[in-house]
Design a protein around this ligand. Structure first.
Ligand code: PLP
Length: 274
Protein backbone atom coordinates (compact mmCIF):
# COMPACT_ATOMS: atom_id res chain seq x y z
CA UNK A 1 0.00 0.00 0.00
CA UNK A 2 1.34 3.46 -0.87
CA UNK A 3 0.83 5.92 1.96
CA UNK A 4 0.15 9.40 0.62
CA UNK A 5 0.25 12.54 2.67
CA UNK A 6 -3.01 14.49 2.61
CA UNK A 7 -3.38 17.51 0.33
CA UNK A 8 -4.18 20.81 2.09
CA UNK A 9 -7.75 20.90 3.41
CA UNK A 10 -9.91 23.84 2.32
CA UNK A 11 -13.17 24.35 4.19
CA UNK A 12 -15.94 25.76 1.98
CA UNK A 13 -18.89 27.31 3.82
CA UNK A 14 -21.42 28.05 1.11
CA UNK A 15 -24.89 27.59 -0.31
CA UNK A 16 -25.94 24.72 -2.54
CA UNK A 17 -26.86 25.60 -6.12
CA UNK A 18 -28.52 22.54 -7.69
CA UNK A 19 -27.38 23.64 -11.16
CA UNK A 20 -23.77 23.10 -10.11
CA UNK A 21 -22.71 26.44 -11.59
CA UNK A 22 -22.21 28.32 -8.33
CA UNK A 23 -22.20 27.54 -4.61
CA UNK A 24 -20.64 24.56 -2.99
CA UNK A 25 -20.40 22.46 -6.17
CA UNK A 26 -18.35 25.24 -7.76
CA UNK A 27 -16.17 25.41 -4.65
CA UNK A 28 -15.60 21.66 -4.49
CA UNK A 29 -14.70 21.46 -8.17
CA UNK A 30 -12.32 24.42 -7.97
CA UNK A 31 -10.60 23.34 -4.76
CA UNK A 32 -10.18 19.80 -6.10
CA UNK A 33 -8.86 21.04 -9.45
CA UNK A 34 -6.18 22.96 -7.55
CA UNK A 35 -5.04 19.77 -5.83
CA UNK A 36 -6.54 20.50 -2.41
CA UNK A 37 -9.16 18.49 -0.53
CA UNK A 38 -12.53 20.25 -0.01
CA UNK A 39 -14.52 20.07 3.21
CA UNK A 40 -18.00 21.58 2.84
CA UNK A 41 -20.56 22.96 5.25
CA UNK A 42 -23.74 24.08 3.51
CA UNK A 43 -25.41 27.29 4.71
CA UNK A 44 -28.55 27.09 2.58
CA UNK A 45 -30.30 25.08 -0.07
CA UNK A 46 -31.48 27.14 -3.03
CA UNK A 47 -34.01 26.73 -5.81
CA UNK A 48 -32.26 27.96 -8.94
CA UNK A 49 -31.04 27.16 -12.42
CA UNK A 50 -28.48 28.73 -14.73
CA UNK A 51 -30.85 31.70 -15.20
CA UNK A 52 -31.74 32.88 -11.70
CA UNK A 53 -32.37 32.08 -8.02
CA UNK A 54 -35.97 31.61 -6.86
CA UNK A 55 -35.67 30.51 -3.22
CA UNK A 56 -33.11 30.29 -0.42
CA UNK A 57 -33.77 27.88 2.48
CA UNK A 58 -31.21 28.38 5.28
CA UNK A 59 -29.67 25.58 7.33
CA UNK A 60 -29.90 26.30 11.08
CA UNK A 61 -26.88 27.96 12.69
CA UNK A 62 -26.88 25.18 15.33
CA UNK A 63 -26.53 22.46 12.70
CA UNK A 64 -23.74 24.38 10.99
CA UNK A 65 -21.98 24.78 14.34
CA UNK A 66 -22.16 21.04 15.07
CA UNK A 67 -20.67 20.24 11.65
CA UNK A 68 -17.83 22.71 12.17
CA UNK A 69 -17.13 21.42 15.69
CA UNK A 70 -16.78 17.85 14.51
CA UNK A 71 -14.58 18.73 11.53
CA UNK A 72 -12.26 20.85 13.69
CA UNK A 73 -11.87 18.10 16.26
CA UNK A 74 -10.76 15.71 13.52
CA UNK A 75 -8.86 17.70 10.89
CA UNK A 76 -6.37 20.51 10.37
CA UNK A 77 -7.78 23.03 7.94
CA UNK A 78 -5.40 25.13 5.82
CA UNK A 79 -7.81 27.77 4.48
CA UNK A 80 -11.49 28.72 4.58
CA UNK A 81 -13.77 30.01 1.82
CA UNK A 82 -17.06 31.64 2.81
CA UNK A 83 -19.83 32.24 0.29
CA UNK A 84 -23.59 32.65 0.66
CA UNK A 85 -24.84 33.22 4.23
CA UNK A 86 -28.29 31.72 4.81
CA UNK A 87 -29.36 33.86 7.80
CA UNK A 88 -27.82 36.34 10.28
CA UNK A 89 -27.51 33.75 13.12
CA UNK A 90 -24.90 31.87 11.06
CA UNK A 91 -22.50 34.80 11.16
CA UNK A 92 -21.36 34.69 14.84
CA UNK A 93 -20.82 30.94 14.46
CA UNK A 94 -18.56 31.53 11.44
CA UNK A 95 -16.79 34.45 13.18
CA UNK A 96 -15.93 32.16 16.12
CA UNK A 97 -14.62 29.54 13.69
CA UNK A 98 -12.29 32.09 12.07
CA UNK A 99 -10.93 33.17 15.47
CA UNK A 100 -10.34 29.57 16.44
CA UNK A 101 -8.66 28.36 13.23
CA UNK A 102 -6.25 31.23 12.58
CA UNK A 103 -5.89 30.30 8.88
CA UNK A 104 -6.37 32.42 5.73
CA UNK A 105 -10.02 33.16 5.00
CA UNK A 106 -11.56 34.32 1.72
CA UNK A 107 -15.02 35.89 1.93
CA UNK A 108 -17.15 36.15 -1.20
CA UNK A 109 -20.03 38.36 -0.04
CA UNK A 110 -22.90 36.91 -2.07
CA UNK A 111 -25.62 39.57 -2.11
CA UNK A 112 -27.41 39.11 -5.43
CA UNK A 113 -27.39 36.45 -8.14
CA UNK A 114 -26.18 37.42 -11.60
CA UNK A 115 -29.77 36.77 -12.73
CA UNK A 116 -31.00 39.48 -10.34
CA UNK A 117 -32.37 37.37 -7.44
CA UNK A 118 -31.68 38.76 -3.96
CA UNK A 119 -29.41 36.59 -1.80
CA UNK A 120 -28.81 38.61 1.37
CA UNK A 121 -31.12 40.50 3.72
CA UNK A 122 -30.13 43.88 5.16
CA UNK A 123 -29.39 42.09 8.47
CA UNK A 124 -26.99 39.64 6.78
CA UNK A 125 -25.29 42.52 5.02
CA UNK A 126 -24.82 44.44 8.27
CA UNK A 127 -23.44 41.38 10.09
CA UNK A 128 -21.07 40.65 7.18
CA UNK A 129 -19.61 44.14 7.50
CA UNK A 130 -19.44 44.17 11.31
CA UNK A 131 -18.46 40.59 12.13
CA UNK A 132 -16.88 38.89 9.12
CA UNK A 133 -15.13 41.47 6.97
CA UNK A 134 -12.76 42.58 9.80
CA UNK A 135 -11.76 38.94 10.42
CA UNK A 136 -11.01 37.68 6.91
CA UNK A 137 -7.81 37.74 4.87
CA UNK A 138 -9.51 39.06 1.75
CA UNK A 139 -13.06 39.88 0.68
CA UNK A 140 -13.95 39.53 -3.01
CA UNK A 141 -17.10 41.50 -3.90
CA UNK A 142 -17.99 42.36 -7.46
CA UNK A 143 -18.47 46.06 -8.15
CA UNK A 144 -22.22 45.99 -7.46
CA UNK A 145 -21.71 44.14 -4.18
CA UNK A 146 -18.95 46.56 -3.12
CA UNK A 147 -21.24 49.53 -3.81
CA UNK A 148 -24.07 47.91 -1.86
CA UNK A 149 -21.85 47.00 1.12
CA UNK A 150 -20.34 50.47 1.26
CA UNK A 151 -23.63 52.26 0.60
CA UNK A 152 -21.83 54.42 -1.97
CA UNK A 153 -21.89 54.64 -5.75
CA UNK A 154 -18.27 55.77 -5.77
CA UNK A 155 -16.17 52.59 -5.77
CA UNK A 156 -12.97 54.28 -4.59
CA UNK A 157 -14.67 55.98 -1.66
CA UNK A 158 -16.62 52.79 -0.92
CA UNK A 159 -13.45 50.70 -0.85
CA UNK A 160 -11.77 53.20 1.47
CA UNK A 161 -14.77 53.03 3.79
CA UNK A 162 -14.78 49.23 3.92
CA UNK A 163 -11.03 49.23 4.68
CA UNK A 164 -11.61 51.80 7.42
CA UNK A 165 -14.21 49.45 8.93
CA UNK A 166 -11.52 46.82 9.35
CA UNK A 167 -11.42 44.80 6.13
CA UNK A 168 -7.69 44.22 5.44
CA UNK A 169 -7.91 43.41 1.73
CA UNK A 170 -10.62 43.84 -0.86
CA UNK A 171 -10.48 42.47 -4.38
CA UNK A 172 -13.28 44.25 -6.25
CA UNK A 173 -14.01 42.42 -9.49
CA UNK A 174 -15.33 44.29 -12.50
CA UNK A 175 -16.96 41.57 -14.59
CA UNK A 176 -20.33 43.19 -13.87
CA UNK A 177 -19.17 46.70 -14.88
CA UNK A 178 -20.00 48.24 -18.29
CA UNK A 179 -16.36 48.45 -19.43
CA UNK A 180 -16.22 47.20 -23.03
CA UNK A 181 -13.14 45.25 -24.05
CA UNK A 182 -11.65 44.76 -20.60
CA UNK A 183 -12.49 43.71 -17.07
CA UNK A 184 -10.69 45.62 -14.31
CA UNK A 185 -10.19 43.89 -10.96
CA UNK A 186 -8.73 46.06 -8.22
CA UNK A 187 -7.04 45.01 -4.98
CA UNK A 188 -7.48 47.61 -2.23
CA UNK A 189 -5.48 47.37 0.99
CA UNK A 190 -4.82 49.63 3.93
CA UNK A 191 -1.12 50.46 3.72
CA UNK A 192 -0.42 50.46 -0.03
CA UNK A 193 -1.60 51.77 -3.35
CA UNK A 194 -4.33 49.73 -5.06
CA UNK A 195 -3.26 47.25 -7.75
CA UNK A 196 -5.45 46.73 -10.81
CA UNK A 197 -5.42 43.70 -13.11
CA UNK A 198 -6.85 44.02 -16.59
CA UNK A 199 -8.37 40.98 -18.32
CA UNK A 200 -9.77 40.75 -21.85
CA UNK A 201 -13.56 40.84 -21.54
CA UNK A 202 -15.16 37.60 -22.66
CA UNK A 203 -18.39 38.03 -24.62
CA UNK A 204 -20.62 35.74 -22.52
CA UNK A 205 -22.22 36.02 -19.08
CA UNK A 206 -21.21 33.51 -16.41
CA UNK A 207 -22.86 31.82 -13.46
CA UNK A 208 -20.54 30.98 -10.57
CA UNK A 209 -17.50 33.02 -11.57
CA UNK A 210 -17.33 34.75 -8.16
CA UNK A 211 -17.57 31.49 -6.19
CA UNK A 212 -14.88 29.97 -8.37
CA UNK A 213 -12.51 32.91 -7.91
CA UNK A 214 -12.88 32.95 -4.13
CA UNK A 215 -12.34 29.19 -3.88
CA UNK A 216 -9.25 29.27 -6.07
CA UNK A 217 -7.77 32.10 -3.98
CA UNK A 218 -8.44 30.01 -0.83
CA UNK A 219 -6.80 26.96 -2.42
CA UNK A 220 -3.75 28.97 -3.51
CA UNK A 221 -3.40 30.37 0.02
CA UNK A 222 -3.72 26.83 1.40
CA UNK A 223 -0.93 25.76 -0.95
CA UNK A 224 1.32 28.46 0.50
CA UNK A 225 1.03 31.43 -1.88
CA UNK A 226 1.41 34.88 -0.38
CA UNK A 227 -1.75 36.93 -0.88
CA UNK A 228 -0.60 38.88 -3.96
CA UNK A 229 0.54 35.68 -5.70
CA UNK A 230 -2.73 33.96 -4.75
CA UNK A 231 -4.77 36.83 -6.22
CA UNK A 232 -2.66 36.82 -9.36
CA UNK A 233 -2.66 33.05 -9.90
CA UNK A 234 -6.35 32.69 -9.09
CA UNK A 235 -7.46 35.39 -11.55
CA UNK A 236 -5.42 33.80 -14.33
CA UNK A 237 -6.88 30.37 -13.52
CA UNK A 238 -10.44 31.69 -13.46
CA UNK A 239 -9.97 33.62 -16.70
CA UNK A 240 -8.95 30.35 -18.38
CA UNK A 241 -11.90 28.50 -16.83
CA UNK A 242 -14.23 31.21 -18.19
CA UNK A 243 -12.60 31.12 -21.63
CA UNK A 244 -13.48 27.41 -21.91
CA UNK A 245 -16.93 27.73 -20.25
CA UNK A 246 -19.95 25.69 -21.31
CA UNK A 247 -23.74 26.06 -21.19
CA UNK A 248 -25.84 23.68 -19.10
CA UNK A 249 -29.15 25.35 -19.90
CA UNK A 250 -30.68 28.55 -21.19
CA UNK A 251 -28.98 30.94 -18.78
CA UNK A 252 -25.42 32.02 -18.19
CA UNK A 253 -22.46 29.78 -18.94
CA UNK A 254 -20.57 27.72 -16.33
CA UNK A 255 -16.82 28.13 -15.76
CA UNK A 256 -15.05 24.95 -16.86
CA UNK A 257 -13.25 24.06 -13.67
CA UNK A 258 -12.40 20.49 -14.70
CA UNK A 259 -10.94 20.76 -18.20
CA UNK A 260 -9.25 17.38 -18.01
CA UNK A 261 -12.43 15.34 -17.62
CA UNK A 262 -13.23 12.60 -20.12
CA UNK A 263 -14.03 13.74 -23.66
CA UNK A 264 -17.65 14.86 -23.67
CA UNK A 265 -18.67 12.68 -26.61
CA UNK A 266 -18.24 9.13 -25.41
CA UNK A 267 -19.46 6.43 -27.78
CA UNK A 268 -22.94 5.14 -26.91
CA UNK A 269 -21.48 1.76 -26.05
CA UNK A 270 -18.14 1.24 -24.37
CA UNK A 271 -15.82 -1.33 -26.02
CA UNK A 272 -16.92 -4.87 -25.12
CA UNK A 273 -20.50 -3.85 -24.28
CA UNK A 274 -23.40 -5.37 -26.23
N1 PLP B 1 -26.22 30.60 -5.54
C1 PLP B 1 -25.27 30.39 -4.66
C2 PLP B 1 -25.43 29.29 -3.67
C3 PLP B 1 -24.12 31.20 -4.69
O1 PLP B 1 -23.15 31.00 -3.79
C4 PLP B 1 -24.01 32.23 -5.68
C5 PLP B 1 -22.85 33.07 -5.80
O2 PLP B 1 -21.87 33.07 -5.17
C6 PLP B 1 -25.03 32.41 -6.56
C7 PLP B 1 -26.12 31.58 -6.47
C8 PLP B 1 -24.97 33.48 -7.59
O3 PLP B 1 -24.05 33.19 -8.54
P1 PLP B 1 -23.99 34.14 -9.80
O4 PLP B 1 -23.87 35.52 -9.27
O5 PLP B 1 -22.78 33.72 -10.54
O6 PLP B 1 -25.26 33.91 -10.55
Amino acid sequence: MTVMSAPPLVLCIAGHDPSGGAGVIADVQAVSALGCHPLSVITALTVQDSRNVREVAPVTAALIERQLELLLEDSRISAIKIGLIGEPAQIPVIARLIERCGVPVVLDPVLRAGGGGDLASAAVQRALIDQLMPRVTVCTPNAAEARRLAGSDDLQAGAAMLLALGCANLLITGGDEPTPGSVYNTWHRAQAEPRTWLWPRLPQGFHGAGCTLASVIAARLALGDALEAALDNAQRWVHEALARSYAIGQGRRIPNRLPNRLPNRLPNRLPGQQ
